[in-house]
Write a protein that binds this ligand. Sequence first.
Ligand code: NAD
Ligand code: TYD
Length: 355
Amino acid sequence: MLGIPCIGAPEQGGTKVNIVVTGGAGFIGSNFIYYLLKHHPEDHVICLDALTYAGNLATLEEAMKNDQFRFIRGDIADRDIVEKLFEEVKPDIIVNFAAESHVDRSIVDPGVFLRTNIMGTQVLMDACRKYGITRFHQVSTDEVYGDLPLDQPELFFTEDTPIHTSSPYSASKASADLLVLAYSRTFGLPVSITRCSNNYGPYHFPEKLIPLMISRALADQSLPVYGKGENIRDWLYVEDHCSAIDLVMRLGRAGEVYNVGGHNEYTNIEVVRTILRELKKPESLITYVTDRPGHDMRYAIDPAKIHSELGWLPSTKFQDGIKLTVQWYLENRFWWVNILEGDYQNYYETMYANR
Ligand code: NAD
Ligand code: TYD
């Protein structure tokens, strides 16, 4: 057994594929674990997660009951832990979700973003080289392309759009992407990268726009919209992101980048108004606050490559996905109230007190 904290079913015989999901106690990683357990019940899924403020073991409670799943607490930037995991688990595929993921936090304290997002990726890939794998998949973001202007709606990010980052978060993710492609070219490591637009859905941490607005509206608290609320994001329901990653890591070409998004562009104020309508709460809760420094104006993905090569298309439109999401937050109050009652209370004070 590993000399590190470990919960869940131990390895059993008859494995099809051993998949290590890093960052699986966070928003998208946990949804991906449930996606794998449902769609590939033959695979073994091992989650490696440091359980930072954004990681929540309660999210994986149902997965823990599945013999094909196992949780290991550990830091992807800790070489000893990562190598022990590779020695014992012998993964075929690594999917790297583990990251510091919140732009606002990266503006306050960039250091940890560089350590986890860049160095952590390097440590994982070094282990992949040392022990051998069939695929290292990096979960990246459309934010590596910077932003598009509001007055040219015909423009979209393609895989050939130059990297042009705005925040320490996006710079750290872009750095990791470059390193991943360098390990492919220099060492022949079989890698792939997906660059996805903004996700939403169950288990989304209530510091990000959609869950923050839902949880605050339900408590009749003010809803802090940055600037004029005119910035545009291209929203993708999290399950559609999971299906895209699953396809790319198994069938996508090694050494390639695939953009993931579904033409669901909305301004922030449209998103907030939609949430208020769903919850039957008044628009008087909206408060315009000082803009985010360096705030990207518009993100918009051209998903032609993943569609033509792998047949991927999103299945959930924003107007349906937002209803499902609001419903999930209504039915799972215990999940987010537990978070709000913890350290996160101090976080809101620190981030929004002087805006
Ligand atoms: P999240 O913040 O909800 O979860 C991150 C997870 O990583 C947490 O469980 C945390 O405990 C874990 N983690 C952090 N540092 C770690 C470390 N050093 N070692 C091990 N585990 C660590 O993030 P998310 O929104 O689920 O995003 C997951 C990935 O998807 C990130 O790489 C992010 O850049 C990317 N992405 C996110 C979005 C989005 O809209 N949320 C869109 C595109 C891409
Ligand atoms: P966010 O969920 O932080 O994702 P990202 O910055 O990665 O796109 O923010 C989505 C958009 O919502 C972004 O334009 C910033 C804006 N926003 C607000 O207006 N108010 C808020 O309190 C937050 C967290 C975000």
